[in-house]
Design a protein around this ligand. Structure first.
Ligand code: NAP
Length: 306
């Protein structure tokens, strides 16, 4: 039977926390995840700011624990790509690309966000051939080699520190002359001796011969261009919310996030949004799990009233 009290879409920390709380509230709970548990958290090597892990924790291991914990209370996980969501009627309908159809009285959208692309012409084709958006996943392919990291936020800083332990040399290319990354990420970065900072610079072109061979960067202040030889390019220029499936049915903010406040309620009854896909001030694992708990609580209230 494919009918549930609540379906959680997305198996990152927000989704699995929502599933845990819903299952513990005795709601029949399905969680649909496209890839593997954890979302972006699952691709993070070391998480040092999630309370309870004094020595930090690997993101994928934490995700596996979150999945096990939710399933211990009866939540069911399905791994499939959602192809459509029908959310406006009291009975919500969800279809997956493998042809399954699911129904529920409430839906928690924990759709997360995906890495933003630079938008260069050959970027998509070179994915897997030197272009990567995940240092933890692909870093080992560049052992002893030279890579470039593009970006100036927490992800770029954390990726650079991670790669500095594997690669011979890292160019950190940022479009301004100061990093946006917080101090917690800057301190370990300062200690990396094999990192060369390329300030005020944007990538004009990814150089290739079928595989990445380097990048051409332009200094935005002087207009000077130079080529940097490297085997890999790690792009860490922020994220975009995964709202493609709901952009017609739900109210979004101008930046494309689901317009839901701290209560996680969206403009549709019985539909809640949790984690990075929701409009919020701080996107961290700890705020995602908090959202998951709130969304489950609001779902329970909604179903009780119904
Ligand atoms: P972010 O904070 O949005 O930073 C994106 C960086 O990329 C900024 O430095 C930005 O430059 C630059 N950028 C944006 N578009 C660009 C373009 N087209 N060309 C060149 N550079 C561009 O993204 P993030 O670092 O991925 O962090 C996202 C969220 O995850 C944040 O809330 C962060 O705190 C959280 N987080 C991530 C990790 C992790 O390890 N992945 C860890 C902790 C927290 P400007 O600075 O000039 O805008």
């Amino acid at each position: 039977m494919n009918q549930y009290d609540v379906i959680v879409v997305g198996g990152g920390p927000a989704g699995y926390t929502a599933a845990l709380y819903c299952a513990r509230a005795a709601l029949s709970t399905l969680i649909i995840e496209a890839m593997a548990p954890g979302g972006q958290m699952g691709t993070t090597d070391q998480i040092d700011n999630y309370p309870g892990f004094a020595d930090g924790v690997n993101g994928f291991e934490l995700a596996m624990e979150m999945q096990k914990q939710a399933e211990r209370f009866g939540a069911v996980s399905v791994f499939a790509q959602v192809s459509s969501l029908h959310l406006d009627a009291p009975v919500k309908k969800i279809c997956t690309e493998d042809g399954e159809k699911y129904e529920s009285s409430a839906v928690i959208l924990a759709l997360g966000a995906s890495p933003r692309e630079l938008g260069l012409p050959n970027e998509k084709n070179l994915r897997g051939k030197g272009v990567s958006y995940c240092a933890t996943c692909d870093g080992m392919f560049y052992k002893g080699k030279t890579v470039a990291v593009i970006g100036g936020g927490d992800t770029a800083a954390a990726d650079t520190v991670f790669l500095s332990k594997i690669c011979e040399k890292i160019y950190l290319v940022h479009r301004r002359d100061t990093l946006r990354a917080s101090k917690a990420y800057l301190k370990p970065l300062e200690k990396c001796e094999n990192v060369e900072f390329v300030w005020d610079s944007v990538v004009e072109k990814i150089l290739e011969n079928g595989k990445v061979t380097g990048i051409r960067v332009k200094n935005v202040k002087t207009e000077e261009q130079k080529e940097l030889t490297c085997d890999g390019v790690f792009i860490a220029v922020g994220n975009i919310p995964n709202t493609g499936l709901v952009k017609e049915s739900l109210r979004l903010t101008p930046a494309g996030y689901i317009d839901a406040g701290e209560s996680t309620e969206t403009n549709l009854p019985g539909v809640f949004a949790a984690g990075d896909v929701r409009q919020k001030v701080l996107r961290q694992v700890v705020t995602a799990v908090s959202d998951g708990a709130v969304a489950a609580h609001m779902t329970e209230e909604y179903l009780t009233k119904k």
